[in-house]
Design a protein around this ligand. Structure first.
Ligand SMILES: Cc1ncc(COP(=O)(O)O)c(C=O)c1O
Length: 462
């Protein structure tokens, strides 16, 4: 196995050795003590502990930024949020995110921090790690990655050396910036070879990928995409990786929540390292997650801290813990299934209305559509949709006419609208609104508002 490029933990940027601390220091207690504190607060009717978000304070102190919050809150609930990478986190996740844990510096890992006073936040990280391991059936979880990109950077840092060859889905076919874009560290520091999808079907062709791996003998193969709407065959990828002596890195930033809810296959049994984001279908705070086997655990942890990151964001880690607990419930499994059912219904209805759906449908939350049949380019389409309160992305299309000068790909997803409680019947209405907006039907804006106001993202908000 190749050696890690990560520095040992003792070479922290601060140049200090981490202090070994007990599992929970004075006054902290363990998980039971934390739960007892919470029960006592509930008995006493505490709803606003010291340091909890106080909107009234923001409103009086900084009306400019308070107005930004109000505007964004209204924008999110007055439009159809179809960006495939977005969701509405629960009030419980937001409470952890906007908590005094954000004040705490905590370089290092639980029990071995470079700062004092970490005994309580250590508990948050231990809980988050245990919940992530249980949720995904992984031997090891690192919950510190600040984002999906940071998680991928750490995976590369743990497994590769600069100049190593890596195979990944090419960017025009749906690879992420971290999969070898020349504008990103990945393309500058590694020798990426891009595989594609079949130009006719839009599907991954594992025989072609195997041939490329045989020819290039990569150190790692990355599977995962920003726009591939179908399940990935992780066993096939692992077989190719084993045959060619490569590590397999699964970047499941998009489907991580579907995997948690049992609505998509898990890469955990197959990939050496799994990277993900907690803020997409998983419905947690903005952040990253890395899963791996016990053998790579220490290399991954060192690759996150101290190699690529400093202090962990303990408020985000607590919020990830809350999201992992939510994702372990039967209700979340039902949500994940509904996300896929909604995406299938929406893809079918859009196809009936004349849009060309890549791969003919979807297995996931994600749909990519070609606007060519409507004689529109994607940028114009996105503008018309925005005017009607419908928010989505443009994207590259793998099967697009290479001679065309205009992009014609739209990417949309059903994670957020499903959180709002919409089902397949509403997806048919969403398709009508989309196509109406693309045809510049002036009535669509009011139709969008009527639909979304029937499904507020935060219905209990008084
Ligand atoms: C496949 C994939 N990898 C990595 C990322 C990066 O995540 P982040 O924006 O949190 O850095 C994304 C984000 O969309 C993604 O889709």
């Amino acid at each position: 196995m190749p050696a890690t490029t990560a520095s040992p933990r003792s070479e922290s940027p601060a140049g200090r050795a981490p202090a070994a601390e007990p599992a929970a220091g004075p006054g902290a207690g363990g998980a039971e003590a934390a739960e007892e504190r919470a029960r006592a607060a509930a008995r006493e009717g505490v709803t606003h502990p010291a340091g909890a978000p106080d909107f009234a304070a923001l409103l009086s102190q900084d009306p400019e930024i308070a107005g930004v919050l109000l505007g964004e809150s209204a924008r999110q609930s007055d439009g159809l949020q179809l960006i495939a990478a977005e969701n509405f986190t629960s009030p419980a996740v937001l409470a952890a995110l906007g908590s005094p844990l954000g004040n705490k510096y905590a370089e290092g890992y639980p029990g071995a921090r470079h700062h004092g006073g970490c005994e309580i936040v250590d508990l948050a990280e231990r809980i988050a790690v245990e919940r992530a391991k249980a949720l995904f059936g992984a031997e090891h979880a690192n919950v510190q990655a600040h984002s999906g990109s940071s998680a991928v950077l750490a995976a590369y840092a743990a497994l590769l050396r600069p100049g190593d060859t890596v195979l990944a889905l090419s960017l025009p076919h749906g690879g992420h910036l971290t999969h070898g874009s020349p504008a990103n560290f990945s393309g500058r520091w590694f020798d990426f070879a891009g595989y594609g999808v079949d130009e006719e079907t839009g599907l991954l062709d594992y025989d072609v990928i195997r041939e490329l791996a045989r020819a290039r003998r990569p150190k790692a193969i990355v599977c995962g995409s920003i726009s591939y709407p179908r399940h990935i065959d992780y066993a096939a990828f692992r077989d190719i990786a084993d045959e060619t002596g490569a590590y397999l890195i699964a970047d499941v930033a998009h489907p991580l929540g579907l995997i948690a809810g049992g609505a998509a296959p898990s890469p955990v049994p197959y990939a050496h390292v799994v990277c993900g984001t907690t803020h997409k279908v998983l419905r947690g705070p903005r952040g990253g997650l890395i899963l791996c086997g016990a053998k790579l655990a220490e290399r991954i942890d060192r690759a996150v801290f101290p190699f690529t990151q400093g202090g962990a964001q303990m408020n985000a880690i607590a919020a990830k813990a809350v999201a992992f607990a939510e994702a372990a419930t039967p209700a979340f499994a039902g949500y994940a299934r509904q996300v896929v059912a909604n995406a299938r219904a929406l893809a079918g209805a859009l196809a009936e209305q004349g849009l060309a759906i890549t791969t003919g449908g979807t297995d996931t939350h994600l749909i990519t559509a070609d606007t060519t049949p409507l004689d529109l380019d994607a940028r114009t389409a996105r503008g018309r949709l925005a005017a009607a309160g419908i928010v989505l992305d443009t994207c590259a299309l793998p099967c697009a006419d290479r001679t065309a000068t205009r992009r014609t790909g739209l990417r949309l997803g059903t994670a957020a609208v499903t959180t709002q409680g919409m089902g397949e019947a509403e997806m048919r209405r969403v398709a009508e609104l989309i196509v109406g907006a693309l045809r510049e039907d002036g009535e669509v804006r009011s139709g969008t508002v009527a639909l979304v106001h029937a499904f507020p993202p935060y219905p209990d908000h008084g």
